[in-house]
Design a protein around this ligand. Structure first.
Ligand code: ADP
Ligand code: MG
Length: 600
């Protein structure tokens, strides 16, 4: 495909979807500062130029394209006669020390050494074994195959480098094949960058498959370029801004498993392989973004950090001048929720009408206040039948929406009495409380159209049996209050027991049909449709008082919480502890709720 200037908004959207990184832009700008867009395909991916150097824009695009072609000609393993192919075929090559091969391979070996082999250009035989170099494989390579490859072919120390006095470098491949896919695009960006600067380019951003380097400014803000990285989960379709603008000359790259992967037997495998184990990377990370002084560094380091994981990765990058990393975990919402569930459980039992419940209510309010919200603790007295006072506390907070409407999210936080002295209700009361707090935190940062009111309800659990004076105290109080105040709500969504590792969402029959429909669509969207069961019976839960008050309500509950599928034997037993929960399940329910709210 030739170079083309992108004219339409539709084409721009395609660009945004195709690359992991994109310059953030607004639609309308004064003409002088307007950014011009060009894009084409290079090195098997999308290349893009954004420039404000209008008089030389076309020439810049051509220079960039030529630079990429040159790098591909030198470094592609798919191209016979490229320096890299010759090195692999002949086992040795003698090249100028300033050649593309010498520069890229030299740096790749340095990063390999510094990272203890987390980054390793000799990963090629593993890429092939895992089916990333053509052909289809029906099963992952066997442990024997992998250990043979590791023993005989992988290891950067196999590549020998000798520097000739004549300014030439001799490489010997040591019988292994090389793959520069984790670094070549960055190098190509640097080459193009230098040539554009030499040509007189001033204000531009160049992008090759998400490897970006900028010069000058996009004419907005305080100089530099504002860049956003794509939310790897696409839950809300958000772009997440880098922590700061890119300064002139800086580069950024992202490595992750969400865009390029292979599917074997229905399981996805990352295209980044840990050369120390021979296995595709499967750690806690969804992606890593690295800002660095050059694109070769950001490209190599982002791949390296993805292999190393956050802890070792931070240690590695902290020692690198001018480098910064942004780690994105796989289940950010679920992980945050789980952390909060654990913290809540650590406070001890929260039985209604005990000091434990009061402590929990204060803790919830403090968490909400720490997010910048203004929580309200609504205490109310519901006298017992003998007239003695019984104080309950609901905790409430609202996040204003960007549009109209209002949604109410509910969770009870109290624990069931009479089970054991240390019963903490990790799933029952804990999971939904933790998830609601994590959702609040998320929505503070990225609000949705409707306003969202969070209600943490007290006294859900009954002491003897559910009835007018036992159980559902918080929800009956709130539903009555909202109805009396004439508050309109588009939806009331109750979460209850939503953290079980083995997530089955059992929707009771009492619930609004349209909300159930929305729920099913959202569950399908996040790949959890098969974990949903529509129950043929009703359940007494905190959503019922809202239905009684005329609101549209739904109860999202997993009432199969047990040692085996379909059993519920952890419920209301001392076995209901945080270790039964997972960040994945909490994430899934959180994603479903966000989709339901957003797509009302
Ligand atoms: P992308 O190519 O999607 O921009 P990366 O820059 O992270 O992503 O590079 C991934 C590529 O790097 C893989 O497709 C492969 O060619 C190569 N590679 C995979 N694992 C490693 C590794 N551990 N060290 C060096 N290169 C790797
Ligand atoms: Mg890379």
């Amino acid at each position: 495909m030739g170079i083309r200037r992108v004219k339409t908004i539709v084409a721009l959207c395609a660009v945004a979807l195709l690359v992991a990184l994109v310059a953030y832009r607004v639609a309308k700008r004064p003409a002088r500062s307007e950014v011009e867009y060009w894009d084409w395909l290079s090195m098997g991916t999308l290349a893009e130029l954004q420039t404000r150097d209008h008089s030389i824009a076309k020439a810049e695009a051509q220079i960039m394209k030529d630079a990429f072609t040159e790098v591909e000609d030198a470094l592609s393993v798919f191209r016979d006669g490229s320096d890299l192919s010759r090195l692999v075929a002949d086992g040795t090559i003698r090249v100028s020390s300033t050649s593309h091969l010498a520069r890229v391979l030299g740096f790749a070996l340095k990063v390999a050494d510094e990272s203890g082999g987390a980054f390793d250009p000799t990963v090629a035989p593993l890429m092939k074994a895992w089916g990333f170099r053509g052909g289809t494989i029906s099963a992952p390579p066997s442990a024997t195959t992998i250990s043979n490859i590791l023993a005989n072919s992988v290891g950067w120390q196999r590549v020998e480098v000798a520097y000739g006095g004549d300014g030439r470098t001799v490489f010997a491949s040591g019988g292994t094949r090389l793959d520069l896919g984790g670094i070549a695009k960055g190098y190509a960006i640097d080459l193009a960058y230098e040539r554009l600067k030499d040509f007189g380019g001033e204000n531009f951003l160049i992008n090759l498959g998400g490897n970006i380097r900028v010069s000058g400014t996009n004419g907005r803000g305080s100089g530099g370029w504002t860049v956003a990285i794509r939310d790897p989960f696409g839950v809300t379709g958000n772009w997440q801004h880098l922590p700061r603008q890119l300064r002139s000359g800086e580069a950024v790259a992202t490595s992750g498993s969400y865009e390029r992967f292979i599917e074997i037997g229905g399981k996805r495998y990352s295209h980044i392989i840990d050369p120390r184990t021979g296995m595709p990377v499967d750690n806690e990370l969804a992606s890593v973004t690295v800002i660095a002084p050059t694109a070769m560094e950001s490209d190599a380091y982002s791949t390296t950090l993805f292999v190393l994981g956050e802890e070792d990765g931070r240690r590695f990058i902290d020692g690198k001048d001018g480098c910064e990393a942004v780690f994105v975990g796989k289940n950010p919402l679920g992980t945050d929720a789980l952390r909060r569930v654990e913290a809540l459980c650590a406070l001890g039992p929260r039985n209604a009408m005990t000091p434990g419940a009061k402590t929990a209510a204060k803790w919830i309010a403090d968490e909400l206040a720490a997010m910048g919200l203004e929580p309200e603790i609504d205490d109310f007295d519901e006298p017992a039948t003998d007239g003695s006072a019984r104080i309950f506390r609901n905790v409430l907070a609202t996040i204003k929406g960007t549009g109209s409407g209002r949604v109410l999210l509910l969770s009870h936080y109290d624990t069931k009495s009479g089970i054991s002295d240390d019963f903490v209700g990790a799933n029952d009361g804990g999971s939904s409380t933790g998830l609601l707090l994590a959702l609040a935190k998320h929505l503070v940062a990225s609000p949705v159209s409707p306003s969202v009111t969070f209600a943490f309800l007290d006294g859900e659990e009954c002491v003897r049996s559910y009835g007018e004076h036992d159980g559902l105290h918080g929800s009956r109080h709130l539903a009555r209050k909202l109805r009396d105040e004439g508050v309109a709500l588009d939806a009331v969504i109750l979460l209850d027991m939503v953290g079980d590792r083995d997530l089955t969402l059992t929707l009771p029959r009492n619930g609004d049909a349209r909300l159930k429909g929305l729920f099913l669509l959202a569950a399908a969207d996040v790949g959890r449709r098969q974990s949903v069961r529509l129950l043929p019976y009703e359940m007494t839960d905190d959503h019922q008082p809202f239905i009684d008050a005329g609101y549209k309500a739904i109860d999202i509950i997993d009432f199969e919480y047990g040692s085996l599928p379909e059993l519920n034997d952890y419920w209301h037993t001392p076995s209901d502890t945080p270790d039964k929960l997972s960040a994945e399940s909490l994430q899934a329910v959180g994603d479903i709720v966000l989709k339901m709210i957003d797509g009302r």
